[in-house]
Design a protein around this ligand. Structure first.
Ligand code: HEC
Ligand code: HEC
Ligand code: HEC
Ligand code: HEC
Ligand code: HEC
Length: 350
């Protein structure tokens, strides 16, 4: 059999599978594939019938590479490689499950709107509102259909290039997530969400969970020591943090905690001093005042300093600046730490 024939057979089998599924679920007109399934219209796409009830695995027949990226995070350094991208595991990952189980049941429908979404295209005010939750293939999280089917038509690159689409779930009125609004207000670098997070059409959606990608967000200067450093007398350490690589604030999410850590080690690698400056988003849901939010906005440079540092004995020391980001500032047992970079300077104490 030649390749064209294989494709035809495969697509025929897929049509059959989808229509059997459709017939079984539709109470009206058994077996009539042109009838809407559970109130949602079917679309013919390259010979295959597609609806919101179609499983993403069916797309893999013809879009194998994109499916492997989305479903398994194949070929990436995401911490969830093998398990899937954040989009693919948004309804099944343990941290989500734990928090979801802990919130008030009346709140759960709200969580499901973004983590187990229905049609993202149906959201009229994407900046403030979120999609309605769905009830089929819930374990697929943010699946292919959520983004690519508006009910009547398969949406491709042309329709999906605008960052406003991402706002369906990455922006919401209370500020639970407001990455889109930050991109609009603060970012001047000229790139869209898609150009950074989907470079070359990738469906890996690299972000916080990629050890290589998270390092591209913030530049750390070398530590600057002011004054002559002599044993027993106080001196100051200064440095800057510049958000040059993210199109929005760092941290981007409410749960994250960014830590700029200054430490001094002696010649036997013993740490003799450490201090941290922390940055995070505040939210009333956590009893916090949003006005106290201290993030590094897109393009912003923060001056950071620690003063009155004293080293007791003469010798050679290393001053080290490290940038770390904890994933969950609320539940430390569920938190992991991302390394975002470091700089050093050697000092001689007289
Ligand atoms: C029978 C094979 C087949 C199946 C199954 C299939 N597609 Fe496609 N799809 C194609 C072909 C062929 C193209 C056109 C060439 C290309 O872009 O790869 C295409 C193009 C697309 C495009 C670009 C826009 C357009 O309409 O041209 C999108 C988006 C898309 N498919 C999404 C999906 C999704 C989501 C699924 C699963 C629900 C799916 N496809 C299932 C064959 C298929
Ligand atoms: C407006 C859409 C939206 C709503 C509503 C929402 N989330 Fe999320 N959630 C996100 C996005 C987007 C992320 C990824 C990080 C980011 O951009 O904020 C996320 C991340 C998370 C994470 C962190 C996963 C990790 O990688 O550490 C957890 C846990 C979580 N959400 C749980 C919940 C729970 C529980 C609810 C309901 C109380 C909820 N979310 C409601 C959009 C939403
Ligand atoms: C979170 C939303 C989202 C999810 C989930 C998603 N996509 Fe996409 N997809 C996009 C966006 C946005 C683009 C356009 C990217 C660009 O042009 O820069 C795109 C592009 C595509 C294209 C190329 C379209 C064209 O016109 O050439 C195909 C094919 C495609 N996606 C298939 C899939 C399949 C199959 C799945 C599931 C395995 C999937 N997508 C999951 C958002 C998504
Ligand atoms: C239907 C809702 C929805 C849409 C639309 C959507 N996302 Fe997401 N996205 C989420 C949720 C929910 C998460 C977090 C899942 C988790 O970790 O539990 C997420 C996670 C991410 C992450 C990974 C975050 C991390 O912590 O590393 C990136 C990057 C991302 N989205 C980018 C995009 C871009 C770019 C678009 C637009 C093309 C988009 N998303 C559209 C719901 C959505
Ligand atoms: C100039 C490139 C760039 C642009 C533009 C950009 N991002 Fe990001 N984004 C990054 C980098 C780098 C990170 C990793 C930094 C971090 O998470 O600390 C990131 C992180 C994220 C995260 C994870 C946040 C977290 O704490 O889990 C999400 C979600 C996200 N971006 C979504 C978006 C959306 C949606 C847009 C468009 C409104 C967008 N990004 C625009 C580069 C970009």
């Amino acid at each position: 059999m030649n390749a064209g024939k294989v494709a035809m057979v495969v697509s025929f089998v897929a049509v059959m599978a989808v229509s059997v599924l459709a017939a079984g679920k539709s109470s009206a007109a058994q077996g009539d594939v042109t009838t809407a399934v559970a109130g949602q219209k079917n679309v013919v796409h390259h010979g295959t019938w597609i609806s919101f009830e179609t499983s993403s695995a069916e797309c893999s027949v013809c879009h194998a590479q994109l499916y492997a990226q989305w479903r398994f995070a194949a070929g990436s350094d995401l911490k969830t490689v093998g398990q899937g991208t954040n989009h693919a595991i948004s309804s099944t990952e343990p941290v989500y499950k734990a928090l979801f189980g802990a919130v008030d049941p009346t709140m759960q429908v709200y969580c499901r709107g973004c983590h187990e979404s229905g049609n993202a295209w149906a959201v009229a005010d994407k900046i403030n509102d979120i999609p309605a939750p769905r009830t089929v293939n819930v374990e697929e999280g943010i699946n292919c259909l959520v983004c690519h089917l508006d009910g009547k038509k398969i949406m491709g690159s042309r329709e999906l290039q605008d960052p406003i689409f991402c706002a369906s779930c990455h922006s919401e009125k209370s500020g639970l997530t407001d990455i889109y609004k930050e991109w609009l207000a603060d970012y001047t670098g000229g790139k869209t969400c898609q150009q950074c997070h989907m470079e070359g059409g990738s469906h890996l959606f690299l972000g916080y969970n990629s050890p290589s990608y998270v390092k591209t967000a913030v530049a750390i200067s070398e530590p600057v020591i002011s004054g002559t450093v002599s044993a027993g007398s106080p001196f100051d350490i200064g440095f800057t943090l510049t958000n040059y690589g993210a199109g929005h604030s760092v941290p981007g999410d409410l749960l994250r905690l960014l830590r700029a850590r200054v430490s001094i080690v002696d010649s036997s690698q013993q740490e003799i001093y450490s201090q941290e400056t922390v940055y995070y988003k505040r939210h009333p849901a956590f009893g916090e005042n949003q006005a106290d939010t201290s993030v590094i906005k897109a393009g912003e440079t923060k001056q950071v300093g620690v003063s009155g540092v004293v080293i007791a004995s003469p010798g050679i020391y290393t001053v080290k600046i490290e940038l770390l980001q904890d994933s969950n500032r609320m539940i430390s047992t569920l938190s992991t730490t991302a390394f975002m970079g470091s700089t050093y300077r050697t000092i001689v104490v007289q």
